[in-house]
Design a protein around this ligand. Structure first.
Ligand code: ATP
Length: 742
């Protein structure tokens, strides 16, 4: 099945172009978005039974093969679209290079998108669209050309309009919907706004602002905004209206390059890319002159606006060349050349692009192929040799060059979640669904690498603006339900980059936190371990406690600042050399889990045991955490005991927690640990069990006790070899006299 889509907040041009695309081939299913502008909604209400439109809800079941997009180059993501690569775009806005170039795409410079589709209808004398259809298409042309009066109107728009009138478009009917009269109050507000209007240019976008004090007028002003937008045809219109509770902001855009929805969300409001509103609260009793208040509001809105204007496209060629190590860059270029030859778009995606834009060093590369990565891998290996490992079930390939540099090649993929917290079902897809499946906007940036596109930044989800505004933002409302590990990831990026969790995202985290109950222990443990790779793991631990995430793992998980200090000391202490001679000490384990042990070992033995079970921790790790808990609890009180007692205690623990503890414990304890490791631990009596048998002592518990006491004497009193026999004899005398007393 083939479908036709258009932009949110659909207007007459959106609906007219969808209708025309359907008339050209009625096997395509025309879909309108849920959100339509006021005039279109009124028309659809009156004529819905006579129009062919569907919505996502009413769309019949069945797989979608091809998508036609009209009057826009971005449509709201829908789960049924995932994985579809066959997309054709018909738009009258400048090309934004969001989709692969193909011959069927049309980017015309007509005033309305409906125009060039109507032109195709004009070549089809067999078609007789009738009064309602032609009127709707005519309204599309009229609305986008200001009734054929804007400078952007072309002779083609006028010819298409004339043809529609010839074919029966009803101008009287059109006037009823396109020019809805304003009320007296709206007219009054409109006049004030027109007088205060200012025009400026920001990042090549024409922006009109206008302000009015309408505290005495109670009416709906979106109709006024609509009227002004139609009259002035700016790229963006911002109205600032003083109402009783503050300054109401109404924004309208005529292009998708300005994201007013995101801008208003950042100012306590909401809406969609082309139509949004918000409010700046004002206490008029406390603040001054109303004109000054409106001017301040205007300035602050214009100040943030550039963050929400999409640069036409940004080329990061120079950045790539400056920041990526030469060896890897060479390899990337080699792959890009091959990809171009195979006509396969190629991107670096995700964290690398984020780090590149933040001027951070970049190490690992996620190379995403819009097509079959295994095919690209095979071609590379055939031409340049090296070793290729294919994972066709995951659509990935690993290519290791003859020089030993290796890179993962991943096919662009869509993901769907069959149940909350389940692992996703993966299917090969275009780059767009691949970016939309990701966790946070800042991780959705991509740089294209093949051919003439080399260096082009692809920013489909507003990642660049969130990067600038230092915000962690999810891509949709149920992101944490789909994959609750993102709760841990959100904190990791928040703490690493020192960004804020965007307010909606924070709300979603709170609402969807129970998803953690559905995660397997291994997945949670993996996320917690990843915190240990961060510069300041303790900030992540304390944050997940404060956010209530940790209590979903175990209600008793807590945090206190002393633990934070211990983690900092652990990180900053250079281990003393003697630890290097501890054979079998798993340094890597302490490095990768140490901070986590420090945190978890602050809890009671019962809680540690519960955590071990819930997180399915490896046995060794559990043992280390329990041992570290014992050290923290008892060791400071032990250091004045006999060295042998300390030795026997420490010998009952694995060496890793000792090493870990030595990196953050107080100096006196550290000294004792050093004495144990470098001295006491090595001390053994020369007399062995065999020697004792020779001396007539029977093997058994008594002999074991003797040997232990003998070793204690060696450790505590420095007993020499030649003194050992005498010591054994006197020990035996003491024991036998004790036995006879008993
Ligand atoms: P880091 O610097 O920690 O490696 P990264 O952004 O490279 O950060 P990875 O875990 O290596 O993160 O993942 C690579 C990319 O895959 C991410 O940038 C993100 O786009 C995507 N990704 C990873 N995990 C998830 C997830 N749980 N949900 C959605 N997208 C994810």
């Amino acid at each position: 099945m083939n479908i036709i889509l258009t932009h949110e907040q659909a207007d007459f041009d959106a609906a007219g172009s969808v209708l025309a695309a359907w008339l050209l081939d009625p096997s395509r299913i025309p879909i309108l978005p849920k959100r339509r502008n006021r005039n279109l909604a009124a028309f659809l209400d009156d004529y819905k039974t006579r129009l062919p439109f569907f919505t996502w809800k009413t769309l019949p079941k069945g797989s979608i093969d091809r998508i036609y997009i009209t009057d826009t180059q971005t449509v709201e993501e829908h789960s049924r679209m995932s994985g579809i690569k066959d997309i054709i775009v018909w738009d009258h806005h400048p090309q934004r290079h969001l989709f692969p170039d193909r011959a069927e795409n049309i980017y015309e410079t007509t005033g309305a998108c409906t125009t060039f589709l109507v032109e195709q209808l004009m070549d089809r004398p067999d078609l007789h669209p009738g009064r309602i259809y032609t009127t709707l298409m005519l309204m599309g042309i009229y609305e986008d050309t200001g009734s054929l009066s804007y400078g952007s109107t072309t002779p083609r728009d006028i010819r298409a309009a004339a043809w529609l009138v010839e074919k029966g478009a009803d101008l009287d009917l059109m006037r009823r919907y396109i020019l809805q009269p304003m009320t007296d109050h709206q007219q009054q507000g409109f006049d004030i706004l027109m007088q205060s209007m200012e025009i400026c240019e920001i990042m090549d976008e024409k922006i009109v602002t206008a302000a009015a004090d309408i505290r005495e007028i109670s009416d709906e002003f979106s109709a006024v905004a609509h009227q002004m937008r139609d009259m002035l045809n700016p790229d963006g219109l911002i109205l600032l209206l003083a109402v009783k509770t503050g300054i109401r902001i109404i924004c309208r855009a005529t292009t998708d390059d300005i994201d007013f929805g995101a801008m208003m969300r950042s100012m306590n409001g909401g809406g969609h890319i082309r139509a949004a509103s918000g409010m700046i609260p004002v206490d008029y009793m406390e603040t001054g002159n109303i004109n000054d208040i409106l001017e301040d509001a205007r300035e602050s809105v214009l100040h943030v606006l550039p963050n929400f204007i999409r640069p036409p496209w940004m080329n990061l060629k120079e950045k790539l060349e400056a920041q990526i190590p030469e060896k890897q860059l060479k390899l990337i270029n080699l792959i890009a050349e091959t990809a171009e030859r195979l006509d396969t778009p190629l991107y670096i995606v995700g964290g690398v692009v984020r780090d590149l834009l933040q001027d951070q060093p970049v190490m690992d590369f996620d190379i995403v192929v819009e097509g079959d990565a295994t095919r690209l891998g095979k071609e590379l290996a055939a031409i340049h040799g090296g070793k290729l490992t294919l994972h066709p079930q995951f659509f990935t390939a690993k290519w290791e060059t003859k020089e030993g540099v290796s890179l993962d090649l991943i096919s662009a993929r869509s993901e769907t979640y069959s149940a909350p917290a389940a692992l996703p079902t993966v299917a090969m897809s275009g780059i767009e669904p691949d970016l939309h499946r990701r966790d946070f906007t800042i991780n959705t940036l991509a740089i294209r690498l093949d051919g003439e596109h080399y260096g082009e930044l692809l920013d489909l989800c507003g990642g660049l603006s969130d990067l600038k505004n230092e915000l962690i933002r999810t891509l949709h409302d149920h992101s944490f339900t789909d994959d609750p590990t993102r709760l841990f990831r959100a904190v990791r990026f928040e703490q690493r980059l020192n960004f804020d969790l965007e307010s909606d995202t924070l709300r979603q985290m709170n609402d969807q936190m129970d998803g953690i109950n559905l995660l397997t222990g291994q997945r949670i443990w993996h996320e917690l371990r990843l915190y240990c790779d961060e510069d300041a793991p303790e900030r992540n631990f304390s944050r997940i406690v404060r956010l209530g995430i940790a209590e979903k793992i175990n209600r008793a998980l807590s945090w206190n600042e002393n633990t934070g200090t211990d983690c900092v000391r652990f990180r900053k202490t250079t281990p003393e050399k003697y630890w290097n001679y501890q054979s079998g000490l798993d340094f890597e384990l302490v490095e990768t889990e140490g901070p986590l042990w420090i945190w978890l070992s602050c809890h009671s033995a019962e809680i540690i045991a519960e955590l071990g079970k819930r997180l399915l921790m490896p046995k060794k790790t559990q043992h280390c955490i329990k041992s570290l808990a014992l050290l923290r609890k008892y060791f400071s009180g032990m250091i004045r005991q006999a060295p042998s007692e300390i030795t026997f205690f420490l010998e009952s623990l694995p060496v890793e927690p000792l090493y870990c503890y030595a990196l953050f414990c107080p100096e006196a304890e550290k000294r004792t640990l050093k004495q144990y490791i470098t001295g006491w631990h090595q001390i053994r009596p020369k007399t062995t069990g065999a020697d004792l048998i020779e001396m007539g002592i029977k093997p058994g518990p008594q002999m074991k006790k003797l040997l232990t006491s003998l070793r204690a004497a060696c450790i505590d009193t420095g007993l020499e070899e030649e003194e050992e026999t005498e010591w054994i004899q006197s020990w035996q005398t003491v024991i036998s006299s004790r036995e006879s007393e008993d």
